[in-house]
Unconditional design. Sequence first.
Length: 181
Amino acid sequence: MKKIFFILALSSLAGCTAAWQNEPKQADTEQKTYPRFVTETPYGLSNLYEETSAPQMYSVIAARVTNKMLDQTTEIYEKNIKPKLYVRQIKKAGIEHIPDGFYHIRQVTKDIISGSKTYTLVNTQEDADYWLDITVSKISINDIPGNLLQYKMLLLDKSNNEVGNWTETIRQVQNDDRSWW
């Protein structure tokens, strides 16, 4: 009887030892089976940098044109009562692709005007003394490499007469990342 218990105990210990020795091998195989992701280089992706810098590019060009407009319309807003201004929805001109981030222009322009405290911004066109019409277009010139983005601002009075217009362009730099400034 003692021999049987001894053999059973020895065989169970041998089974435990075999199971203990196999555990690390299973863990090693699990580590080797993780998926590997292969990514392309940034230069292999088309339009990656063009699209990611667009909101900042629009902010730069909107600030330039809005500041020009404020500098050149001092005779309008230096009266006792601040004139009311309505900023119309931005228009895209031309059929070519304009980089994303386009929605950002109107808000940047409104923030600069409200921060200057020169005009009172209104939400409806009927309440305004002046209207601000903004157009963005992408221009390609045959002799110049790269693209130009044009931002045009037009100030109109209640009679739909032009009070002034301001235009600014920003050119895409010809380097590896194809940024706009």
